[in-house]
Design a binder for this molecule. Sequence first.
Ligand code: ZN
Length: 279
Amino acid sequence: MLFASPEPLPRLQFRDDLWPHRDGGIRTLADRNGKCVICGESPTVKAHLFPRALMLDIRGLSPQLVAGSRHRDGVKLHQNGEWDEKLLCSRHENMLGAGDTYGVDFCRRWREVGISWPGEKAISVANPEPDKLTHFAYGIVWRHVHCKGGRDLKLDLGSYSRKMLRDMENFGSYRLQLLVGRNPLTVQGQRADIGIAPYRDRMGDLNVWHFTISGLDFYFKTDRRPFPSSWLPYLANGNDPVVIVQTAERDLHQVPKLFPILGRMLRTTWEGGYPTDLH
Ligand SMILES: [Zn+2]
């Protein structure tokens, strides 16, 4: 879970993603020892797990992002979110990121251009290229599951991993069904601007992968059983506009599945200083 730091903190040392190249230009960090998890080729390039642009949106004017996990005590600080520089070659990073420009734009404009339904149970948002929105969300899930952190946590998409890869290679026929909802979480009465990395979740009694970014919840169905037919008009796949369902707001501290994350974040006191080992 990532959110903007609530207070200024001493600036720490971070690796940057760009550095001066000898021809005077700049190039993206490449790791000659990394091997792409898709094709085995070297070098690999820096792959942001969530698009860097959306991480910077969350950070806003704060000096850094704060990240917590149910798997470790304390917090990590980030300038622009988490990445893995040994995950993908540039060709496959570009392939996974083919929906990123569109997805980032969608995440930034939905509040402005969305049209509320009567009763405000849903918001209708123009989605002229629905395949790109699905590709964007596929890329986020796939990167998080296959990055080093995901492998360490034994995240596993099962047979869906290969299906997602094939769909992204083909830039079409996205087989996993995607629903997008408005994230209901609040902090002190304000909408919580947070990122939650993809995790296995349930929607009703169906298996889904769920992540949160830019005030939106994305749910991919990874279950052989179908969604109820009444839900089909709400699928993001192939739909323009896409319908974003709204549910009642909930304070972040009242959501049981977040308790383990918040609890472990608090095990390092803010006064005790922050870890400087960031990655
Ligand atoms: Zn590759």
